[in-house]
Design a protein around this ligand. Structure first.
Ligand SMILES: Nc1nc2c(c(=O)[nH]1)N[C@H]1C(S)=C(S)[C@@H](COP(=O)(O)O)O[C@H]1N2
Ligand SMILES: [Mo]
Length: 175
């Protein structure tokens, strides 16, 4: 009798085993918390944190991309990084920094970071677009977080950031 009970206990799915198989969790990707807010920080430290609802209210752009990583064509809608950075302008009277020497560091919840340049965000400089997407195929982005950085026309999605939670403008120096 006790043996049967023990057997049943061993066969019963443990909470730990269930946690390892949460539906929607991508296999093969490291565990990352789902991003739920986006913090924008401009030169000089002006900062603003947007909730998904505040983000949704901003003008959106639709993009069609080929994801070379999974071989699929994907459609996203989101806000141009350029428009987001316009929400955190440098304080009046701050030192002028050449646009060539400003980078935008995108941060994700799993501590993935990628730096893009202001040229990457500027339609007058680069034909590809830099967009923070909040929907994919018309639905809120699920497993990849509330926000995902997409750079169209990159050959690989290596600069795309899932679970994006911050965009920080930084001035870099030549030495
Ligand atoms: N948050 C986060 N985003 C990330 C990464 C990561 O490790 N963490 N890896 C990057 C790299 S190197 C690639 S190739 C693509 C892979 O995206 P996918 O697994 O969604 O196809 O995501 C990019 N974005
Ligand atoms: Mo990659």
């Amino acid at each position: 009798m006790n043996r049967i009970l023990l057997l049943l206990l061993l066969l019963a799915p443990s909470p730990l085993a269930q946690a390892q198989h949460t539906p929607g969790m991508a296999i093969g990707k490291p565990l990352a918390a789902r991003s739920t807010t986006l913090t924008l920080t401009g030169l000089g430290g002006t900062a603003r944190t947007l909730s998904p609802d505040e983000f949704k209210a901003l003008p959106h752009t639709a993009v069609q991309v080929h994801n070379a990583h999974n071989g699929k064509d994907e459609s996203y809608s989101g806000v141009l990084v350029r428009d987001l950075l316009a929400l955190v302008p440098p304080p009046a009277g701050s030192k002028n920094v050449s646009t060539n020497m400003q980078v935008v560091v995108a941060g994700a919840t799993d501590n993935f970071h990628v730096a893009i340049t202001l040229c990457d965000t500027n339609a007058d400089c680069r034909s590809g677009q830099a967009v923070v997407a909040d929907t994919q195929d018309g639905a809120p982005i699920a497993a990849d977080g509330a926000f995902k950085l997409i750079l169209t026309e990159d050959k690989k999605p290596a600069r795309w950031a899932r679970n994006l939670q911050s965009l920080t403008v930084k001035a870099v120096s030549a030495d």
